[in-house]
Design a protein around this ligand. Structure first.
Ligand SMILES: [Zn+2]
Ligand SMILES: [Zn+2]
Length: 441
């Protein structure tokens, strides 16, 4: 949904203009003075700003100048009740793209928007939405590795790029994490969309490097025709936007996040349940150092859970109990309850993409590192009656053969359970086509 910010001190004019935009399916942000407008503009980076000229605090000229200095792709329309040539010229010099006279009608606005933002789909032009609907629902893996990219002979089949999974369903393109795999996804999207604009949602599990490091190399972010929402939770030490901008600061990277020409907005999630278009999303914090979320997407073509980094509670709690002065029983009860919550969260899920970094033997030396062992993931998927388990976040030390062996071992564990769980290892480039269901799960 495109966003417009209306900066206008007159409440009645603000309401009238807001209504016009809402009717055309825009998300409307409102500010009643220049300073509040600038603050909102820089925080939310809307595609369009409508700005009055005569307002308390900063006037419209100052607002245009400040916003234009910091937000190049955002289009600014100045609205004014006065038709002085000098006002019009000053507004355009200050950075406005258009100067419209009050009273404002939808006809006036609509033709200005058509000129300034031809790529933004609107109600009156439903074609792009229809095109999006025709994209088949699918999951595609662009990066399946944990911790660090490991290109080389030993990882040719499963791939060496870090976490990035593309989900297409219900007209949405959702990208789970921005590890190094997102670079190739960006190139593929550019090829597919050509001159058409893309509307993408990036859902970030957490900001460890292997989940965000590809973002500076994501080519759709360098094209102003594209609208990209980045969603994730606040980190333990800083906000999501601060952390994502941090990795692009000098001396780490030559282009700052703010300089990216696309309409890229970073939104910190506050709720555990939210919508991306028609897709319902639920989140749950994982057992992993810092703040790390897992997600469950309920689409009309099936439900998909994504827990790229997660550690089982039981061994960890047992180990902590021996150090921290809590009894073995208390530790066990806590671990059992936490596991139960995880089973509930995954219950009946069609596809579960799960951290399976370690074999059981390796895990004994990595308790407390924030990752799962093979048998703990299989038992979780079995208890939650998952349809298909996709082993994910492969350890950088695991070559293709080792991952094959882990899949074999997992299938053997499933066989003894008698349940119909399917197991595979996520493989870079692999695609799973989702079948439409009659009702959303
Ligand atoms: Zn990771
Ligand atoms: Zn991590």
């Amino acid at each position: 949904m495109p966003r417009v910010l209306i900066i206008e001190d007159d409440a009645e004019s603000r309401r009238l203009i807001s209504d016009l935009f809402r009717r055309d399916d825009w998300k409307v942000l409102e500010a009643n003075d220049g300073d509040a407008g600038v603050e909102l503009a820089l925080r939310d980076r809307p595609e369009l700003i409508l700005c009055d000229l005569l307002m308390p605090k900063s006037n419209g000229f100052q607002v245009c100048r400040t916003i234009r200095e910091q937000l190049q792709p955002t289009k600014i329309i100045v609205v004014s009740g006065r038709d002085y040539k000098v006002d019009r010229t000053s507004a355009l010099q200050a950075g406005a793209d258009e100067y419209l006279l009050k009273p404002i009608t939808w006809e006036l606005l609509s033709s200005a928007i058509e000129r300034l933002l031809p790529e933004i789909p609107r109600r009156s032009r439903p074609k792009p939405a229809a095109e999006r609907e025709s994209i088949p629902a699918r999951i595609r893996f662009w990066g399946v590795r944990g911790s660090i990219p490991v290109p080389g002979k030993g990882t040719v089949r499963y791939g060496g790029n870090t976490s990035c999974v593309e989900v297409r369903a219900d007209g949405e393109i959702i990208i789970l994490d921005a590890g190094t795999g997102i670079r190739l996804l960006g190139l593929a999207l550019d090829k597919e969309f050509g001159p058409r604009s893309m509307k993408l949602t990036l859902l970030i599990s957490h900001t460890h490097w292997d989940h965000i490091q590809g973002l500076p190399f994501f080519s759709p972010a360098y094209n102003e025709k594209n609208v990209i929402r980045v969603l994730g939770y606040e980190g333990a030490r800083a906000g999501l936007a601060t952390i994502l901008a941090g990795q692009m600061e000098t001396p780490f990277f030559p282009v700052s996040l703010r300089e990216l020409p696309s309409h890229l907005a970073i939104e910190e999630l506050k709720e555990a349940e939210f919508q991306i278009g028609k897709i319902e999303v639920r989140s749950k914090f994982a057992n992993h150092p810092g703040i790390c979320a897992g997600y469950r997407l309920s689409t009309s073509s099936g439900s998909i859970a994504y827990f790229p980094d997660n550690e089982p509670y039981e061994p960890l709690k047992k180990q902590l109990a021996s150090r921290a002065g809590i009894s073995q029983e208390e530790a066990r009860d806590f671990a059992v309850a936490e596991r139960e919550k995880m089973v509930e969260f995954l219950q009946g899920c069609d596809y579960a993409i799960m951290d399976t970094q370690y074999t059981d033997e390796e895990y004994t030396d990595h308790i407390g590192w924030g990752h799962s062992s093979l048998s703990s993931v299989v038992s979780l998927a079995l208890d939650a009656n998952v349809g298909r388990l996709l082993l994910f976040h492969h350890d950088p030390n695991h070559d293709d053969e080792m991952i094959d062996k882990m899949v074999e071992r997992a299938r053997a564990l499933v066989a003894t359970s008698g349940k119909p769980l399917e197991v595979e290892a996520a493989r870079e480039g692999a695609e799973i086509l989702l079948c439409a269901k009659t009702a959303a799960p």
